[in-house]
Design a binder for this molecule. Structure first.
Ligand SMILES: Cc1cc2nc3c(=O)[nH]c(=O)nc-3n(C[C@H](O)[C@H](O)[C@H](O)COP(=O)(O)OP(=O)(O)OC[C@H]3O[C@@H](n4cnc5c(N)ncnc54)[C@H](O)[C@@H]3O)c2cc1C
Length: 507
């Protein structure tokens, strides 16, 4: 069986080899890591701590990181706050929510070893040199159906947060980078890995395209693909994750994550997980919150049970070809939103907060509303008819929907979509607000098939000797969808598998 599908576009075609005479320099290392994101950086540091001579080749001018939450199944810090997870139950939950299309070995490895990776990271970032502090986030969905569990860690007060970056991944990656430099890890920035060289069946070197020309780096212990996702490559998305091309993609730095490592792995004999690749989606296009009261489409009709988690809301919009929908609230939102949180919640319904902060931050939400109205992602009116006009939808249709919804709330029974009675809260305090929300792609979280040692696998489940993949370049973590069993698990798995691979390569 070939690992390259004949229907795929030109991206899948293997380019010509680069001639030796075009290579301007050659260097040697033991572990070569392609990509300086959270997965590559954790692997680099851990391998260097294990005594390896490590080189990191990075396409951009610096390391990259984004986002705040790093989700793991536990940590000493989390335990000190009195929280522990049942990792057997969580593993089963994850596998169920991924339709059993994920690799059970990887899921198990994540749940059983991620606490160790977080302890390692927290020891680094909380050292006096970085001065950061961890915070456990309780912004999780509390209902049974889409239950989310504690484990999402953020990192506050580090040097990157003080510079204005979002507290979280940036301080993790920055501190690991500084520690890696101390251990002699060599970073080659502005250099794009473009060919893998196999010798005697083993991936032995990588050629990188740098500003001055091609360089070759030989690696005796392994080449690690940590080049992130494919969201910056529309052609690859069209073949491997077509829904990704139907929503705004918000990955940064723009244009760097173009699936290079996926292609290199494929050309070296690796294979992809089943397609379409899963997407990490958040309903954050337009207004940054969608809550749970009444959602209507552009025709003013209700279309789903609003009691759903972030990925579920996005999947529903996409399956209905909707680039956006409207979420309706009324002027009593400051009491009504907190009343729903014990039953639901999670991001874009609740607001990020630490474990002790049980108050809904009304001032923050009021600020969001104000900014939304200025930006046109939120509108306000005194009646349903006037609100419909501002949303640009049919007033009669919307008013009928809103009245029917209020009647269902009064009866405590949603015969249209079966929403739980606790969440049937009427919209009866004008003025009303409509918040425009739509799906955004954070990352395409599918890639090269790997084994439990992160070794890239061919179609027959044999390892491609010398080649490894982690982070979003690796497949098997999700399979079908991005499960919010623990929020922040994209960073959590990237950190854990990078940390573990750095250890495996130096054991
Ligand atoms: C706005 C936003 C917020 C997010 N927030 C969260 C969150 O709170 N929690 C969470 O879990 N996830 C979050 N994510 C997703 C998360 O950031 C990624 O899934 C995660 O960073 C992936 O890590 P990685 O190491 O695989 O790849 P990346 O961090 O993307 O790093 C890949 C690196 O490889 C480099 N590269 C690419 N091609 C080459 C090449 N040919 N040669 C050399 N280098 C190359 C890239 O330049 C990049 O630096 C967020 C995403 C976005 C867009």
């Amino acid at each position: 069986m070939s690992n390259i599908n004949n229907c795929w576009g030109s991206w899948a075609r293997q380019p010509e080899p680069i001639a030796d005479e075009d290579i301007i320099s050659t260097e040697n290392c033991e572990v070569l890591i392609l990509g300086a994101g959270i997965s590559g950086m954790s692997c680099a540091l851990r391998a260097a701590q294990g005594g390896a001579k490590v080189t990191v080749m990075e396409k951009g001018a610096k390391w990259s990181a984004r986002g705040g939450n790093i989700g793991v199944a536990g940590s000493k810090y989390m335990k000190s706050l009195g929280y522990e997870n049942d990792i057997d139950a969580l593993s089963r939950e994850w596998i169920k929510r991924c339709g059993s299309r994920c690799s059970e070995e990887l899921v198990r490895l994540y749940f059983s070893r991620s606490s160790e990776a977080m302890d390692w990271l927290l020891d680094i970032v909380t050292a006096p040199e970085y001065g950061a502090r961890p915070e456990l986030q309780a912004c999780i969905y509390h209902g049974e159906t889409y239950r989310e569990h504690m484990g999402s860690h953020r990192i506050f007060d580090g040097p990157m947060a003080k510079k204005g970056l979002r507290p979280g991944a940036a301080d993790a990656v920055h501190a690991m980078y500084c520690e890696a430099l101390k251990l002699g890890v060599k970073f080659i920035f502005n250099c794009s890995a473009c060919r893998l060289i196999k010798e005697d069946g083993r991936v032995a070197a990588t050629i990188g395209a740098c500003a001055d020309g091609y360089i070759r780096i030989n690696a005796t212990k392994g080449v690690v693909i940590a080049t992130g996702d494919i969201s910056g490559n529309d052609e690859m998305c069209a073949d491997l994750a077509p829904l990704a091309n139907r929503c705004p993609k918000i990955y940064t730095p723009v244009g760097q994550n173009t699936g290079d490592g996926h292609r290199l792995g494929l050309w070296a004999g690796g294979s992809f997980e089943q397609q379409p690749f899963p997407l990490m989606l958040h309903p954050q296009a337009y207004f940054f919150s969608s809550l749970c009261f009444l959602f209507v489409d552009k025709k003013g009709r209700r279309f789903m049970n609003e009691d759903n988690y972030i990925q579920g809301k996005c999947n529903t919009l996409l399956s209905k070809n909707m680039d956006y929908a409207w979420s309706i609230i009324d002027s009593a939102w400051a009491e009504k939103i907190p009343a729903t949180l014990p039953y639901g919640g999670g991001i874009f319904w609740d607001i990020d907060h630490g474990p002790d902060d049980t108050e809904f931050p009304t001032e923050k939400f009021a600020g969001m509303l104000e900014r939304g109205m200025k930006a046109g992602t939120a509108v306000m009116a005194d009646s349903f008819e006037a609100l419909a006009e501002k949303m640009g939808i049919d007033a009669e249709s919307f008013s009928k929907t809103a009245e029917k919804y209020n009647a269902a709330c009064a009866n405590g029974k949603d015969s249209d979509f079966g929403k739980r009675s606790e969440l049937l809260i009427p919209l009866d305090k004008p003025p009303y607000y409509a918040l425009k929300f739509g799906s955004a792609v954070l990352a395409v979280v599918g890639g090269l098939r790997v084994g439990a040692d992160m070794g890239v696998l061919d179609e027959n489940n044999d390892s491609v000797d010398g080649l490894y993949a982690i982070g979003n370049a690796a497949g098997g973590r999700y399979g079908v969808d991005y499960p919010m069993v623990i929020p922040g698990n994209s960073h959590g798995t990237a950190l854990t598998f990078g940390y573990l691979l750095g250890g495996f390569l130096t054991e």
